[in-house]
Design a protein around this ligand. Structure first.
Ligand SMILES: [Zn+2]
Length: 388
């Protein structure tokens, strides 16, 4: 995203949500004080911040699914050492996941919003188009892209749409299986607890997992439909029509004006789907538990909406690294109670989203149901593959 980095803080647009998709970088540092945390799993003292500063991260949040390279780190539930006198929503003797499970079990959290990024789809096996050495990356090299993310630049697409359609063929929905994280969100929906699932992902795996589309906001669009990009035309085309073109390796063009037809994926430089803005304020005002999973919170305006929930609403981040933190009160996560000593409400679980979802489901007593949902999905897939 080199060309588009604007110097915007990922967390600077709290009150003015930009309608356009913009890469952003966080200019806020992860707290670095020594001994600022203990892991609940083994009580071994360790400053998580010390060993996982934000500068370690080279994870960009991308619009397609960039698989993270390497095995996931072991799951760590971060327990901060809060400043004396800080009130916390999480009992320091428990893990924050247990505390959150308790909030759900006791009815304190019944309007849950999940915000998701690429990390929830890691285990779906979607190829990484940005890592040298992978087949897809090598395949895209022939197009001389200035950088991999140029595939999602609307200006580049107008000039050279072919690389995007090569990628679209690989990513097209129907080829990948939802992960445990998707099924956990489905379970939240089944329990009547999911207010909305806001996803940056374009893989449609939420739909594939069986989550009611009404409960999903595809913040960066999806392959579900397509439109002509002609400014005056904008004719809509169904998914099947564009799929046929993409799988025939032909560039889809509008039958009315001959402009390119593009799946409704939001590119850099384009506005987000109106549904995102229509639902945002009402949803976040109602929310009583925010779960943010598998995102580096590097793309605006998605990154800044974590602050749209009320000031006493607990927020849980499940991610490989600490992200979205700020030095200012009320902007970004405050895992260590550095800015708000009147109420500590941000929890962090480091590691794999699927593992964390399974652990949370375990605390909730839902593990068997989670497994059953996944088993049922796989069974249905098998019926499709082996019709009787
Ligand atoms: Zn047209």
């Amino acid at each position: 995203m080199e060309e588009a980095i604007t110097g915007l803080s990922a967390l600077s647009l709290d009150t003015n949500i930009s309608p356009r998709l913009e890469p952003a970088i966080s200019d806020v540092a992860v707290p670095q004080s020594p001994g600022s945390g203990v892991e609940s799993s083994d009580s071994e003292e360790e400053s998580y911040a010390e060993s996982h500063s934000s500068s370690d991260s080279d994870d960009d949040d991308d619009l397609a699914r960039a698989a993270w390279s390497g095995p996931p780190p072991p799951l760590k539930v971060y327990v901060p050492l809060l400043p004396a006198g800080t009130a916390s929503l999480f009992d320091a003797s428990d893990s924050s996941l247990e505390a959150i499970a308790d909030m759900v079990a006791t009815g304190k959290a019944k309007n849950v919003i999940v915000m998701a990024g690429a990390g929830i789809s890691t285990d779906a096996g979607i190829p990484d188009f940005r890592s040298p050495g992978t087949g897809l990356y090598d395949n895209l090299q022939q197009f001389n892209l200035p950088h991999p993310e140029a595939i999602f630049s609307i200006d580049f697409f107008r000039r050279n749409p072919k690389p995007f359609y090569v990628l679209a063929k690989e990513l097209f929905p129907g080829q990948y299986v939802p992960t445990q994280s998707h099924f956990f969100v489905k379970l939240l929906a089944q329990k009547g607890l999911l207010l909305r699932h806001y996803t940056q992902n374009i893989d449609c795996l939420e739909r594939a997992a069986g989550i009611d589309p009404e409960l999903i906001v595809e913040a960066h669009g999806s392959f579900h439909a397509a439109h002509c990009i002609g400014r005056k035309c904008r004719k809509e085309y169904p998914q099947e029509w564009i799929k046929e073109h993409i799988f025939r390796d032909s560039i889809p063009r509008c039958g009315v004006c001959d402009s390119l037809v593009k799946p409704d994926i939001t590119f850099f430089g384009e506005g987000l789907p109106s549904r995102f803005f229509e639902l945002l304020s009402e949803d976040f005002a109602k929310c009583d538990l925010l779960i943010v999973m598998g995102t580096s919170l590097l793309v605006q305006p998605f990154a800044s909406i974590i602050d749209k929930v009320g000031p006493r609403v607990p927020r849980l981040l499940i991610n490989r690294e600490r992200v979205g933190e700020s030095k200012a009160l009320g902007i970004g996560f405050d895992f260590d109670g550095r800015h708000n000593i009147s109420l500590h409400r941000d929890a962090f679980v480091a590691g794999d989203c699927d593992e964390a979802c399974a652990l949370l489901a375990g605390h909730l007593g839902w593990l068997e149901e989670l497994i059953a949902i996944r088993t049922g999905y796989v069974g249905k897939q098998q019926e499709v593959l082996d019709p009787i």
